[in-house]
Design a protein around this ligand. Structure first.
Ligand code: 3EB
Length: 324
């Protein structure tokens, strides 16, 4: 059992926390604070003071460092975070950071990575060779997956999104031999099969990953097949993105992949809504409040999104909500 919650940025992590990610005004290398891996990500949001995402498992927890990574684990789950300093070229440093991550999960025997997050500065800018920074990042990540993770359990659910920080901050969760299943969305081309026009190497992630009866939903945007829909139209992009999530987690899509049962949008929690333009916050807030359960935790982050034509993207965790 592993779970996350959103809290005030300075709220105590409590005993046995696995990790703390602070979405706020600063960013930098992850560190271990009071035994808890802590990653600061510079992300503006509505409240301005930001928030912390705290991960907790059954404990007891051991933490440590491995090359540039920090990690913590109990008997069942591993959390790991890293940082790639800003640079004119990300491919090689990303490959190395991911190779280190894959070596760590091998060494500590948590071979099944089930959720990853990547926060990329100047994500739509050009690197030193005129390649979009996101595509540069994707190239290094893809090479690491090909070289160092092919034997393992496939590409997990992920988020790849902008940050106002200087370097790439990333974190991920892994487990031992538990029931991990990566899920695709029949409305969308698998990201790892996107055609070359989106970059020299495709993005390495699944649309969702099921861990027991928890479904981790990847960052999801207004993409059908592999094409962006409704350039410049926030409401229509929201509608495609939310329909993509509803379909991903629904019984039809899961059933076609051999998974029994399904979820609805009302089962989603720990939701992050990423929006490109600060002026769109009132609109995305309204759309999100109408779509999700009133008790769901939702946070809004104003950042750039991996395709220059995307205005909104969201992610969450689906778990059957008790009807009381
Ligand atoms: C997309 O569907 C939108 O590069 O890790 C969503 C989730 C997106 C994860 C990633 C990118 C990533 O292609 C972008």
């Amino acid at each position: 059992m592993i779970e996350s919650r959103f809290a005030a940025p300075d709220a105590p992590s409590g005993d046995g926390a696995l990790a703390r990610i602070v979405f706020g005004a600063t960013s930098g290398r992850p560190v271990i604070e009071d035994g808890v891996p802590t990653l600061h990500l510079r992300m503006t949001d509505d409240a301005r003071e930001g928030f912390a995402e705290i991960w907790r498992s059954a404990g007891p927890v051991r933490s440590g460092a491995f090359n540039d990574l920090v990690f913590a684990h109990d008997d069942a789950f591993l959390f790991c975070a890293g940082y790639i300093p800003s640079s004119g070229r990300y491919t090689e440093a990303t490959r190395k950071a991911y190779a280190d991550a894959f070596a760590l999960v091998g060494e500590l025997n948590f071979p099944k990575i089930f959720r990853m997050w990547n926060f990329i500065p100047h994500i739509n800018g050009e690197n030193g060779e005129g390649l979009e920074v996101y595509r540069d990042f994707c190239r290094g990540r893809a090479v690491a997956f090909e070289q160092d993770y092919a034997h393992a359990s496939g590409m997990p659910a992920a988020t790849g999104i902008g940050t106002w920080g200087n370097g790439v901050g990333f974190y991920f969760l892994a487990c031992r031999e538990g029931a991990v299943r990566h899920i695709e969305n029949s409305r969308q081309t698998p990201a790892y099969e996107y055609p070359q026009r989106y970059g020299p190497k495709s993005p390495s992630f699944a649309r969702g990953t099921l861990l027991g009866d928890t479904l981790f939903v990847s960052g999801t945007a207004s993409i059908l097949g592999h094409e962006t829909m409704h350039e410049g139209d926030l409401e229509r992009q929201w509608s495609v993105a939310i329909s993509n999530i509803a379909h991903l987690i629904g019984a039809d899509n899961l059933g076609a992949q051999g998974v029994d049962g399904g979820y609805t949008l009302r089962d989603l929690d720990q939701i992050k809504v990423y929006y490109r333009h600060a002026a769109d916050l009132p609109a995305v807030t309204k759309l999100a409040q109408a779509a999700f359960h009133p008790d769901a935790s939702i946070r809004y982050l104003q950042v750039d999104i991996c395709r220059a034509d995307l205005l909104v993207e969201m992610e969450g965790i689906a778990l059957h909500r008790r009807s009381d």
